[in-house]
Ligand binder design. Structure first.
Ligand code: SER
Length: 584
């Protein structure tokens, strides 16, 4: 059987033999990228290296990356959409290009996985005003034995990847499809058709352009390769399973849900399985993310609440999330030790959110009753108010109304809802303004300030202080760290003073590449969660002050930072504090 573990290990091993360094999965919470909430692809944490910064592990990298995509969250429940998934990827940072990338994809698929080459077909970029037709890739496919009839050309919407934000690295891609043996659904059925005949197995992106703010595609300084293969869907395909939910990666979760249910609603079971699994992984990151009304915390809240709603439809009463999460930890805990380590925190946060939501529900029910008593009906606006002010889900309002034989004008609700969506869309659009990674001068200065802050906190509070998360925007830096109690005003002033002293001393910031063991021995702060810890790392040091393993970038001298000021200190979760600071 092709397990997720076997597929992952075969992939990593294959590319290791081809000279790639196995790098750890980055956190699901982007470390220095304020423009997106979650890591969405393996290439995402590698953006600085795709645009030219040298990577300490070399020019050939491979990994399995934890990813979350929430764009299609409403689609979850069908056969294929997932919010959380594992992505296998290999990268060339200005090293090999199309020939090797395609040859190795072909070799892996036909020799390692053993797919029938006669059932493979590929798509390539057809060319437009921004970039020429990708004849080169097509020729390489032909040389591997893929006949021209099975090589298709498509426009940008199908065969171009990125940038992930508004600007950044991108380029033409070539997608590889496996024929599942079904009849064509019609004369227009070609690879990319959604009928199920063609399974998209892998995507090789040739990142050779940088999309600028002005919408221009400029050649990148280096020609990169970025590939991506989804673990769950590939495992389903390899084992002849119709959906990811039928594989060993989900089946025990689905069975548990069924065991607790009184009904058998497939879509509801899938939603719960997906959402609780995602929530477990986010909560396990140890970044102080808990269900809340903002940012990543809001996504987790939404997923838990949606699960609870669907659990009700299934006839599941009372708390149940922990029971599902226990199965998630059991399936994935050995490969992803942070799940096991943080299991109690995961269970606790899930239960707390269940309790909070049950309060929301009873308040909403109360309110519903009162509106009904006063007006003898529930209008679309009322339904929206219940949703907006009490977090009471529209589906529940509709359900209750139906029970009482009342009709709600859903159109009015939807109109109100859209107005609200529009406002929040505008608010989130700002997050994508600066492209995938904001590498402006201000954020670089704040990044170095973060290192000084980390070191100063350890000096003042003690060595139990560990970075739990960091988020930098051009306006402020935010730093989460482990510490059991409030930082006193005196301690806060002392931390600020130490950071500003280091800035005034104008100390050079030096980068050195070394082995991870050597870095730790030299006293560099390094916290890695993955089984695949990197062998070689970059260590940034501020002589006599701070030494930290980090991808960078940083200022050259501490004097470039400016004056450092702490604006706020607060709690984010049990044992995790947060500091917001600015530089002036
Ligand atoms: N970045 C590409 C994708 O997400 C290849 O990894 O498909």
């Amino acid at each position: 059987m092709w397990t997720g573990k076997k597929l992952t290990e075969s992939y990593l091993e294959f590319f290791k033999k081809k000279g790639h360094a196995i790098i750890p999965s980055a956190s699901l919470i982007p470390e220095h990228d304020p423009t997106v909430l979650f890591t969405t692809a393996g290439m995402h944490p590698l953006v600085p290296f795709l645009i030219g910064q040298p990577h300490p592990e070399g020019k050939r990298l491979v990994n399995v990356q934890k990813c979350i995509r929430t764009n299609d969250i409403e689609e979850v429940g069908d056969a294929s959409h997932l919010t959380f998934f594992f992505m296998l990827g290999n990268w060339s940072l200005g090293d090999y290009f199309k020939k090797e990338a395609i040859e190795w994809s072909y070799e892996f698929l036909t020799k390692v996985i053993g797919l029938d080459k006669n059932r493979l077909s590929v798509t390539c970029f057809e060319g437009d005003k921004d970039a020429p037709k990708d004849e080169e890739s097509a020729k390489i496919w032909e040389s591997q034995g893929i006949p021209v009839e099975r090589i298709y050309f498509n426009p940008k919407e199908d065969n171009w990847w990125g940038p992930a934000g508004k600007t950044g690295p991108c380029g033409p891609d070539t997608e590889i499809f496996f024929d599942m043996g079904k009849e064509k659904c019609g004369p227009k059925c070609v690879p990319g058709c959604g009928c199920g005949k063609y399974f998209e197995i892998w995507n090789d992106v040739f990142m050779q352009y940088n999309k600028t703010d002005a919408g221009k595609f400029e050649p990148l300084a280096q020609q990169n390769v970025d590939t991506g293969m989804g673990v769950e869907r590939t495992v389903a395909m390899l084992n002849g399973k119709a959906t990811v939910y039928d594989t060993h990666l989900f089946k025990p979760i689905m069975d548990k849900i069924q065991g607790l249910s009184k009904n058998d609603l497939l879509k509801s079971k899938r939603i719960i399985a997906d959402h609780i699994r995602s929530s477990c992984f986010v909560l396990s990151e140890g970044k102080g993310i808990v269900p809340s009304n903002v940012e990543q915390g809001y996504v987790v809240r939404r997923m838990i609440r949606r699960s609870i709603r669907h659990a009700r439809l299934l006839g599941i009463e009372g708390r149940f999330c922990r029971k599902i999460a226990e199965v998630v930890v059991e399936i994935y805990g050995a490969e992803w030790p942070q799940l096991t380590r943080e299991r109690e925190l995961i269970f606790l946060e899930l239960e707390r959110e269940e309790d909070r939501f049950s309060k929301v529900l009873s308040n909403g029910l109360n309110r519903f009753g009162r509106i009904l008593q006063a007006k003898k009906k529930i209008s679309g606006e009322d339904a929206f108010l219940l949703y907006q002010s009490f977090g009471f889900p529209i589906e529940m309002t509709l359900e209750l109304a139906e029970e009482k034989g009342i009709k709600i004008d859903k159109k009015i609700f939807e109109k109100e809802f859209e107005k609200h969506q529009d406002t929040s869309r505008k608010a989130t659009a700002g997050r994508f303004k600066s492209g995938l990674q904001d590498q402006s001068e201000t954020t670089v200065r704040m990044h170095t300030a973060t290192h000084l802050l980390h070191a100063a906190l350890r000096k003042v509070l003690g060595n139990h202080v560990q970075q739990k998360g960091s988020n930098i925007t051009p306006e402020r830096l935010r730093f989460d760290f482990s510490h059991p109690e409030k930082v006193t005003p005196e301690q806060r002033a002392e931390v600020e003073k130490i950071v500003n002293e280091a800035i005034e001393k104008a100390i050079p910031v030096k980068r050195k590449e070394m082995g991870l063991k050597e870095a730790k021995k030299a006293g560099a702060l390094a916290f890695f969660d993955s089984k695949y810890a990197p062998e070689k790392v970059s260590v940034y040091s501020v002589e006599g002050f701070s030494k930290e393993v980090c991808a960078g970038p940083h200022v050259e001298n501490t004097k470039d930072i400016g004056k450092f000021k702490i604006k706020k200190e607060e709690s984010v979760a049990a044992g995790v504090r947060r500091i917001k600071a600015v530089i002036e």
